[in-house]
Design a binder for this molecule. Sequence first.
Ligand SMILES: [Fe+2]
Length: 281
Amino acid sequence: MDTKKILELGAVTGICLGHAAIGKPLMSVYCYHVDGLLIDTSSANNRRALSEVLQERIIDRIALTHYHEDHAGNAAYLQRLKTVPVVGHILSNQILSQGVALRPYEYLMWGGLQKLNILDVGEVLETEHYRFQVLHTPGHSIDHVVYHEEKEGWLFSGDMFLGPRIKYFRRDECLYTTINSLNRIAQLSFDTLFCGHNPQSRGAMASICKKRDNLIELYAKVEDARNKGYQQAEIEKHLCKGRERFWVKLITLGDVSFKNMVRSALHSLDRGDTVQTLINA
Ligand SMILES: [Fe+2]
C-alpha cells in the first residue's frame, strides 16, 4: 500500500510518502520543496509517487540532511533526471560515493540506495528568496546537517527531532553527540520544524527542548547507575525493563533498540563524557 500526503506550509511544500508491500506503511517520510530547492529525496520505493509530485515543479538544487536511505534514496535518480547538483555535508559525500550496504530491513522498508557524488554544501545555502544557514548536527548520523532559515523561522531538521520521546536508536547513533547537537539547535531561532517524519508547525522550539531534556534525563540515569558501581549488563537490564519494543528489535535483527541508547551512553561515559561536560559544552 502506498500513501501520499501533500502539506502546504506557506512557501514550503512537504511531500509525505509511504510504502509497504503488505498493509500500511510502518513509517512515512517527508521531503520538502521550497524556492527551487528540494530538501531530501524520500526513499527509493517511493520513487514513482515522488516523480509524479515533482513533475510540474522546478528544481534547481537538491540538499540532503544525511545519507540514510529514506532521505537520500532518490538523490542519484533525481541528479540524473533533473540534471541538478546535489549538496550535503562532506561526510555524506564520503559515505554516498563509496556506497552503503543496507541491512535487509532497511532495504525492505525503504528500497535501495545508489552511489553518488555530491558537493560540499558549505556553511550557507542561498536560493532566490531565502538564505539557509547550514549547521552540522551529528549524533543520529555522523554527517547530519540541518538547514536554518532565520528570517522565516524555519528549521529543516532531517532526523534530529522525530518526536519528544525517542524510543530507540540505530546501533551507530550517539546519545551524547545527539544531545550536544540539540543544544546547539536550541540556540537558533525558529517556529516551524520541517522534520523528516514529524513536522511541527507550532511549538517547534519547545518540542526540540523536550526531546533534549528527555535524552539528558536518560543519560543522567545511566551515569548515576554507573557511578553506583553497576555493571553494563545490570544497567541495561534495569533501564531497558518495559521500554524495549521487541517487534522493532526483531524486524531489525537488533540494529534498532532502546538498549542501543543505553549502550551509547555507557560508551560515552567510558570516554569521560558526563552530564556535567554536556552542560559545560
Ligand atoms: Fe535518518
